[in-house]
Ligand binder design. Structure first.
Ligand SMILES: NC(=O)C1=CN([C@@H]2O[C@H](COP(=O)(O)OP(=O)(O)OC[C@H]3O[C@@H](n4cnc5c(N)ncnc54)[C@H](O)[C@@H]3O)[C@@H](O)[C@H]2O)C=CC1
Ligand SMILES: O=C(CO)COP(=O)(O)O
Length: 351
């Protein structure tokens, strides 16, 4: 019998803890495939003087990032990144995107050569020369191992409460795709595997920018028709972004959970939407609102808007992506939020 695979979840925020719950339970369900113990790397912090890792390992809850949800006792919190990752056969990356490069850099000399990675991270990294890197490219480049992606309409708290939803795994290797499906799928978390991994990842990253736009529209007092227009124009810009920069997308991928479904859920229920609404209503900065409203959780939309704008500006393509561009400029304070809808009135989709 082949040895069972050791899984390490790199990250323990709101989504990281939720996915550790799923993986922990599935490891128990499939002892023939996965090691019983699932390690979860935790960015250590003190909660009322007690280490978060110790709280997780004794109370089996992440009281800061996923309060009220029991984690399986076979999920073990580990504060040392090296200790958590060095034996892993499967690395599940689920940290805010701004931290991933540094973490990969710390472990690149110890990762097992036949290890595989999967990223649940939504965002990009700016690249020298005026472009962007996908997060999966950063992981592959640093660790020299294959990296699949998992994205979808998955607001973590709802998944943690086991409300039915779907997700998309993008994986070019069907055998690995099938193994990952067994690792993640449950009765309430249903998975479709597609080979179009680049499109899956781009959809997941870009929808966070659109969600900021949806929040602006809500905060300015527009109704559901306006929000539907923001979602539709956002989808058109996502499709265009793939056509221009990552050609070869399958149209069907945009209809998977990672595409239209994630746009809808995030534009109604996500953190990016909520903070952007407060931004439009209060005039406080995004950073201040993030600190006030999210208790340590991190927004990905404004940072992703910057990363995308960085590339569009370098390639002189802002006019082709007016929604993404307006959202960046408003977050940056270069345009008043009150002008948000005006920026969309001459959208190329209407010409
Ligand atoms: N929360 C959600 O509903 C969903 C989130 N995602 C994606 O998952 C990724 C991770 O998000 P969450 O788990 O929600 O995180 P989060 O936003 O809840 O938590 C922030 C995490 O970052 C950690 N952290 C803080 N400073 C750090 C540092 N210097 N280095 C490393 N880690 C540090 C914190 O300990 C905490 O675990 C993001 O890309 C997000 O877009 C995807 C689907 C759903
Ligand atoms: O990615 C998400 C849902 O799929 C979560 O979105 P927020 O980060 O805006 O909460």
């Amino acid at each position: 019998m082949a040895p069972t695979k050791k899984v390490c979840v790199v990250g323990s925020g709101n989504w990281g803890s939720t996915i550790a719950k799923i993986i922990g339970n599935n490891a128990l369900e499939h002892p023939e495939l996965f090691n019983r113990e699932v390690l979860m790397w935790v960015f250590e912090e003190l909660i009322d003087g007690e280490k978060l890792t110790e709280i997780i390992n004794t109370k089996h809850q992440n009281v800061k990032y996923l309060p009220g949800i029991d984690l399986p006792t076979n999920v073990i919190a580990v504060p040392d990144l090296t200790e958590a990752t060095k034996e892993a056969d499967i690395l599940v990356f689920v940290v805010p995107h701004q931290f991933v490069h540094r973490l990969c850099n710390q472990i690149k000399h110890l990762v097992k050569p036949d290890c595989i990675a999967v990223t649940l991270i939504k965002g990009f990294e700016v690249a020298e020369g005026g472009g962007i890197h996908l997060i999966s490219e950063v992981i592959r480049g640093e660790l020299k191992i294959p990296c699949a992606v998992l994205m979808g309409a998955n607001i973590a708290n709802e998944v943690a409460h086991e409300n039915y939803c779907e997700a998309t795994i993008g994986c070019k290797n069907p055998e690995v795709g099938s193994l990952l499906k067994t690792l993640f799928q449950t009765a309430y978390f249903r998975i479709v595997v597609v080979e179009d991994e680049t499109t899956v990842e781009i959809c997941g990253a870009l929808k966070n920018i659109v969600a900021v736009g949806a929040g602006f529209a809500d905060g300015l007092g527009y109704g559901d028709n306006t929000k539907a227009a923001v979602i539709r124009l956002g989808l058109m810009e996502i499709v265009k972004f793939c056509e221009v920069f990552y050609p070869g997308a399958r149209q069907g991928t945009f209809l998977e959970s990672c595409g239209i479904a994630d746009l809808v859920t995030t534009c109604y229920g996500g953190r990016n939407r909520r903070v952007a609404e407060a931004f439009a209503k209060t005039g406080k900065s995004i950073d201040v609102l993030e600190a006030e409203m999210l208790n340590g959780q991190q927004l990905q939309g404004p940072a992703t808007a910057y990363e995308v704008y960085f590339m569009l500006q370098n390639k002189k393509m802002e006019d082709r992506f007016p929604l993404f561009t307006a959202i960046y400029r408003i977050c940056k304070g270069e345009k008043p939020v009150a002008d948000f809808i005006d920026c969309l009135k001459s959208h190329p989709e209407h010409m």
